[in-house]
Design a protein around this ligand. Structure first.
Ligand SMILES: Nc1nc2c(ncn2[C@@H]2O[C@H](COP(=O)(O)OP(=O)(O)OP(=O)(O)O)[C@@H](O)[C@H]2O)c(=O)[nH]1
Ligand SMILES: [Mg+2]
Length: 329
């Protein structure tokens, strides 16, 4: 998985309670009462600081290092959440780890110097209080990172190496229906636009090569800055993953959009993405145009095999190295 398995991010309060509760169980016995008191207090402060450090470090390391992320994931994270706020909050966690370590070390060294039991207890309390207050300052960051974690979980894992077909077009034209027919993906299909709200990934195998097929949300022909978050995810997939685009047109009017609008989007897509493109007219069981474009019906399956064949031929032609490897088997 691109984002690994990010654990639930605890709240500041939960982290503090966890650390304090764990430390309260520690006692370091000594025959001499003073040492018993001092060593116990010191061990507790140390334990509190170590627990907090371990918890925060776990979060920092569980989040991906955004600078090494594949552009598809990076841009999707940027679109859905915003990379800078995530980096800022993770930076906050690191800041807190340093503060906690410094507070602990300062108090421990003072505890080491005193022979007074009351002073020891006062120092322990002061360390606890300051540590708690620093962790409490993290509350908004922790809450935000937990939300990020839940958003990140929704980002699908894609194969960034497999030859990839991205299926695109206006809403409701039959993209998901095609993806479901030709790959292992099981996207939702429904008779209204914007059924697909994110990227769905499926695979099929042909002669020992695994091909990736990506279903995208429908896009309307409008400038990128006017597109909503759902449409932009389609653009991210087209831009960062496609080796070939299958552009579906529904010329029957069944989808609720005109042929002219769809043709305009096709021109936009051609201009934006420099990858081979197959234009297919779907729903030929309802009606068909007399264009010379390939025609399919995902309802009856007519014409679909021919499209897959054409897609494979184009992918092979564009990936001579892959073909050579494949032929070598
Ligand atoms: N008659 C007919 N209906 C079709 C065909 N292909 C798809 N449909 C119907 O068209 C509607 C939309 O199909 P989807 O596959 O969900 O379309 P989509 O392009 O993925 O739609 P969004 O995800 O909303 O963008 C559904 O009611 C399908 O059953 C076809 O070849 N013939
Ligand atoms: Mg769909």
């Amino acid at each position: 998985m691109a984002f690994g398995n990010i654990p639930t991010v605890l709240t500041a309060e939960e982290i503090i309670n966890k650390a304090f509760k764990g430390s309260s169980k520690i006692t370091i016995n000594d025959r001499e009462h003073f040492y018993w008191v001092r060593n116990t207090a010191m061990a507790r402060v140390q334990a509190v600081s170590q627990t907090i450090d371990a918890v925060l470090l776990k979060y920092v390391s569980a989040f991906p290092s955004f600078d090494n992320l594949h552009p598809f994931y990076y841009e999707l994270a940027e679109l859905l959440i915003g990379v800078n706020p995530i980096k800022k909050s993770l930076g906050g966690l690191d800041w807190c780890r340093k503060q906690v370590a410094a507070i602990a070390s300062k108090h421990l060294s003072q505890m080491r110097k005193t022979r007074n039991e009351d002073t020891i207890e006062r120092l322990r309390e002061s360390a606890y209080g300051r540590i708690a207050s620093v962790v409490k300052q993290l509350a908004p960051d922790l809450e935000f990172l937990n939300k990020v974690r839940n958003e990140i979980k929704k980002i699908p894992t894609v194969d960034t190496v497999a030859p990839t077909i991205v299926v695109a077009g206006f809403p409701n034209v039959g993209k998901s229906s095609l993806v479901k027919l030709i790959s292992s993906a099981t996207p939702e299909i429904a008779p209204y636009p914007f059924t697909t709200k994110g990227i769905h990934v499926g695979y099929f195998e042909h002669k020992w090569v695994r091909y990736q097929v990506i279903d995208t949300p429908g896009i309307l022909d409008r400038p990128l800055e006017k597109m909503n978050e759902v449409e932009r995810q389609a653009v991210m997939a087209l831009k960062n993953l496609a080796n070939l685009i299958i552009f579906i047109i529904d010329p029957t009017g069944h989808c609720g959009y005109t042929l002219e609008d769809q043709e305009r989007l096709l021109e936009t897509v051609k201009g934006l993405f420099q990858v081979p493109l197959i234009v297919v007219e779907n729903k030929m069981d309802l009606s068909k145009t007399d264009s010379d474009r390939p025609k399919i019906s995902t309802a009856s399956g007519a014409g679909v095999d021919a499209i897959v064949k054409e897609a494979l031929a184009i992918l092979h032609k564009n990936m001579p190295k892959m073909e050579a490897i494949r032929e070598g088997f």
